[in-house]
Design a protein around this ligand. Structure first.
Ligand SMILES: [Zn+2]
Length: 189
């Protein structure tokens, strides 16, 4: 069974949380992906492409995505959106932002808007916890209050609950997931 990194990372994250059987993992690096876990099992879809949230359309005729289509979440929430063309990596971007760089502050605000839209769409479909991981995780957690506010405003059911969580394993999640998946297969044989 082929498992992409986001799937493995998602599996690691869900394993770590007690009493949660269903969750969706959103992984944000240069690429945006994810994993869907239902009943403690990875849901792969008919073609193994379940959870490819990066290619969910969030803006009709929007920016061109790496997949060639327009307006995908990845075109708005990849870490490349923050770093290109002015910064060599995310650390450099967030350091500049902390020092008051207005360009970075504005860019981050817009970034959070699109990200909240994506997360709200995912939550509307799955009605489960959403766990964010990948390279963005460590920086995003510092803006969690703003993100929670945006999500509450977007919620259609007038009863916003806390469903967004941040990764526990950070960038090691996929390695942990691969190990857990092996153990899980072994246990269920
Ligand atoms: Zn795309």
């Amino acid at each position: 069974m082929a498992n992409n990194e986001a799937n493995l990372a998602g599996f690691a994250e869900i394993w770590k949380i007690d009493n949660i059987e269903n969750a969706v993992f959103l992984s944000i690096n240069k690429g945006v992906g994810g994993a869907i876990i239902i009943g403690n099992q990875l849901y792969n879809g008919s073609n193994g492409r379940a959870g490819e949230f990066g290619h969910m359309t969030i803006l009709k005729n929007g920016l061109t995505c790496s997949c060639g289509k327009k307006g995908c979440l990845e075109a708005y929430c990849s870490t490349k959106v923050l770093t290109e063309p002015n910064f060599s990596d995310t650390d450099e971007f967030f350091t500049a932002m902390k020092m008051g760089n207005q360009y970075c502050i504005e860019k981050w605000k817009i970034y959070l808007d699109y990200l909240a839209t994506g997360i709200n769409n995912i939550h509307t479909i799955f009605d489960s916890d959403v766990i964010i991981g990948g390279e963005i995780d460590q920086y995003l957690e510092q803006s969690s209050d703003i993100l929670y506010q945006k999500l509450a405003a977007l919620d259609s059911f007038n009863k916003p609950s806390r469903y967004l969580y941040f990764s526990r394993y950070g960038d090691k999640a996929s390695a942990v997931g691969a190990a857990l998946l092996f153990v899980n297969t072994f246990l269920s044989d």
